[in-house]
Design a protein. Structure first.
Length: 423
């Protein structure tokens, strides 16, 4: 049942969230237990010490596999779709009260806190110039997942021209994935994606680059003509890309490309084309599943792809007026089932419930997201506070705004609402 939101304060659901200090001055938390008894550590352990945890977000659970692939005898590349946001590890360390694990670079972590996986990464960084392109790529990906973006980019030149080899082109693809997530480097990264989409030897890398170009153009709110240019380039590559039923990697990248085009079509909006592309994305995903993966890492990649397909369906469902509340609710349940301990997944569910005016449900999921901390969790607590204000519960709103400020002391709007007496 939809809760009544009559009497909500003006601007209760403003999406604005700003910081008085753009560097994001984080509170220092003290007195919390060290692993394994720390409350937050199990959800973020791969970031803390590269250890394994079934309670971590799907994307971060791949850190362990990437470390294993740094072995010289492996032939594996990382096919993870996204990397962490810059500074995420620092946020986790501060919010969990694990100051002893803070380190500006992997080599700065005290030796007694270095796990075998951490030591492997440090050794790989120290001899980066002797590694082949595949292993250099894995080092770059690993550093980005640990949110050491600038360090990863310092180890390589984003603007260095390709040496003509397929391996170097694949390395530059992963480097561009790191750069596009780094403030100030989006345009340079998009230029690399376009170059690779047009000229890479491997057609799968070309299609993957087109997918990245579409996705980051949409995410960055850029001119859609740029995204459609990537779509045309990607479409021209299709004849050279193995069929989904013939290649696991091709099925994965085809699924991602169709998913990106579905969201691009929805932004036009062209709902009929969006629906067709969404069906194609799911069909390619099904082919990938039917082929089976090589190991647990491939299973995580499949899980990640399914999670983003569900997010796609959720966005498409919310783009219809009026939205089907039962469909939205079912998709929210599927998303949480796939990635239950991801702060972004929980916040996305909160956004979805708010979009269909289920404000109490939205507040609950924003609070679940906030419990996982980080800057994203701070924003989620602010959203929860807005929901409570709309529902007329000033005490719950004050609690949520205070929790936001505990995670992000520079948050402007929560402080203003508290000082104005709204909460």
């Amino acid at each position: 049942m939809t809760e009544s939101t009559a009497g909500r304060p003006a601007g209760a659901f403003r999406r604005v969230y700003t910081r008085s200090d753009r560097r994001g001055s984080l509170p220092t938390v003290t007195g919390r237990p060290a692993p394994p008894h720390n409350r937050l550590e199990p959800f973020w352990r791969p970031l803390v010490d590269m250890g394994a945890s079934d309670l971590a977000p799907v994307r971060l659970r791949l850190i362990r596999s990437v470390n294993e692939w740094l072995d010289e005898t492996s032939d594996r590349w990382s096919w993870c779709s996204r990397v962490s946001v810059p500074g995420l590890r620092h946020q986790v360390i501060r919010h969990a009260g694990l100051a002893g694990y803070d380190a500006g670079a992997p080599s700065a972590l005290p030796s007694e806190r270095r796990t075998p996986a951490w030591r492997t990464l440090v050794r790989s960084i120290e001899r980066i110039d002797t590694l082949d392109w595949r292993r250099r790529s894995l080092v770059v990906v690993q550093l980005a997942q640990l949110s050491y973006h600038r360090l990863a980019l310092d180890l390589a030149d984003l603007d260095r021209s390709s040496d003509g080899s397929a391996a170097h082109q694949r390395f530059r693809y992963d480097l561009a994935k790191v750069a596009v997530a780094t403030p100030g480097l989006r345009d340079r990264a998009l230029a690399v994606f376009r170059e690779l989409a047009e000229h890479a030897q491997d057609p799968v890398v070309r299609l993957a680059s087109a997918f990245q170009g579409i996705g980051h153009t949409l995410h960055g709110g850029l001119d859609l003509t740029v995204a459609w240019r990537f779509e045309r380039i990607g479409r021209s590559v299709f004849p050279a890309v193995p069929a989904a039923e013939d290649s696991w990697e091709a099925a994965l990248v085809r699924s991602r490309f169709h998913r990106a085009v579905a969201l691009l079509s929805a932004a036009e909006p062209d709902r009929a084309r969006a629906a067709d592309e969404a069906d194609l994305a799911e069909s390619c995903h099904a082919e990938m599943v039917s082929r089976g993966g090589r190991d647990a890492a491939d299973e995580l990649i499949v899980l990640e792809d399914e999670r983003y397909l569900v997010e796609m369906r959720l966005r498409l469902a919310l783009g219809v007026e009026p939205a089907d509340h039962d469909e939205v609710t079912a998709l929210c349940g599927r998303l949480i089932a796939l990635d239950p301990y991801c702060v972004q997944a929980r916040s996305t569910v909160g956004d979805a419930y708010l979009a269909i005016d289920h404000v109490e449900q939205a507040a609950r999921w924003y609070e679940h997201a906030g419990e996982l901390a980080t800057g994203a969790g701070a924003v989620a607590w602010y959203r929860a506070g807005q929901c409570h204000l709309a529902l007329g519960d000033g005490g719950a709103a004050r609690h949520a705004m205070g929790r936001c400020l505990e995670l992000d002391a520079t948050a402007v709007e929560p402080r203003e609402l508290l000082e104005a007496g709204y909460a």
